[in-house]
Design a protein around this ligand. Sequence first.
Ligand SMILES: Cc1cc2nc3c(=O)[nH]c(=O)nc-3n(C[C@H](O)[C@H](O)[C@H](O)COP(=O)(O)OP(=O)(O)OC[C@H]3O[C@@H](n4cnc5c(N)ncnc54)[C@H](O)[C@@H]3O)c2cc1C
Length: 458
Amino acid sequence: MPQFDAIIIGTGQAGPALARRLVAAGRKVAVIERKYFGGTCVNTGCTPTKALVASAYAAHVARRHRDYGVTVGGDIGVNMKAVKARKDAVVAPSRNGVERSLKELDGCTVFQGHGRFVSPHEVKVGETVLKAPQIFINVGGRAAVPPMPGLDQVRYLTNSSMMDVDFLPEHLIAVGGSYIGLEFAQAYRRFGSKVTVIEMAPRLIAREDEDVSMGVADVLEAEGIELRLNATCMSVAKHGNGVAVNVDCTEGSPQVVGSHLLLAVGRRPNTDDLGLDKAGVATDERGYIKVDDELATNVAGIFALGDCNGRGAFTHTAYNDFEIVAANLLDGEQRRVTDRIMAYALYTDPPLGRCGMSETEVRKSGKPALIATMPMEDVSRAFEKGETNGFMKILVDKESKQFLGAAFLGLNGDEVIHTVLDQMYAKAPATVMARAMHIHPTVAEFLPTMLQELRELE
Ligand SMILES: Cc1cc2nc3c(=O)[nH]c(=O)nc-3n(C[C@H](O)[C@H](O)[C@H](O)COP(=O)(O)OP(=O)(O)OC[C@H]3O[C@@H](n4cnc5c(N)ncnc54)[C@H](O)[C@@H]3O)c2cc1C
């Protein structure tokens, strides 16, 4: 039985980096991957979707050529085979790079196949049983497919199968009006598809503040995307060569007919076929592995990192999990999950950058707070670039003057949010940024101005 110091199951955003650190510390490591090296982010998540979003943005700007005084010869077209080829060319170096770096890593042995626990310290891959005192689970998640009547009768797409699409769907129906569904919806609308988004909540990205949801909805509707809100998807059925979705709704048609169906209704962890019962590792009712603040499971020596532990659903949270585990096990530090400040982005155009608490959360907390908002129309850089959709919002604790959170829906919102995020980590009062001199013309130059105009959150 091959004996190692550590076994890592899955090569997502935490596993490969951890393998490198463990090997550098002199440990003998086994890494198991059942499919594509690099996991979701590299293969079916962040990297390919942002490559598609970039192609869609190019098409969008090209169609607006007259706004910028630019002439082009003829209609703007999108070649979906070329879009997919570009996306694949962006993905390939990352996937191959992860695979090559692990296979060439001295002290690391790569096993390709599905890993399954057979005991608390043994994992089986194919016919081989590997043994180690420490096991790190980094198995990620996959698209949730709801038990909807008719789904077994129709062809549907998920974020994974969308990666093979090299044609233009005539009418894409996206079920799910949250982060994943909306990025695909806007990209495909810009490629030229008719797009309908069906969302059962009364608004898109319902966990965001209402003004943020409305801002995103306005952008999407202005581009011609049909939004069906308050509409629960009840059943699906074949409709000619396409699909009909029957919705439970109070307004609008009870049936949406399209050519292709994308399911973007959430994720589920890849823990159902991992033999966790053989190891005695506890999960919650949704299958997420229960971990403590240092990512240890209830079984000594077994840790869970990334999406499968339910403590984050992003590449940066998975990578941060790696940093926490490495710091605690190898560097003699004490880092914890609860030390991190939640931050993420939605990559529609314009993007939404978020950190800390939302306005709704601040209101619920009852904390006395200050707020500042600014429409992107007032931001000169946005005006100059002809991209004035959205607004910026910052929340500050009235007593300590520390930042509570921010939402930047607008040009470069995904980047500008880090100015606030880093101040939050530094626990700096907002007066520091209020007095800073920022560069003109940038989006961030208006943050000091906004902070000089903070008002009571009523
Ligand atoms: C469409 C989409 C867009 C996204 N965009 C963003 C974004 O812009 N920014 C962002 O931060 N996040 C984004 N995410 C989320 C991000 O991709 C995930 O949070 C991140 O990949 C999680 O990494 P992970 O390390 O937990 O696992 P994963 O990346 O999911 O990797 C898990 C790996 O484990 C392997 N595996 C699973 N089970 C086994 C087993 N039993 N044996 C062997 N191997 C196994 C899998 O094959 C996979 O390679 C997006 C997700 C999707 C779906």
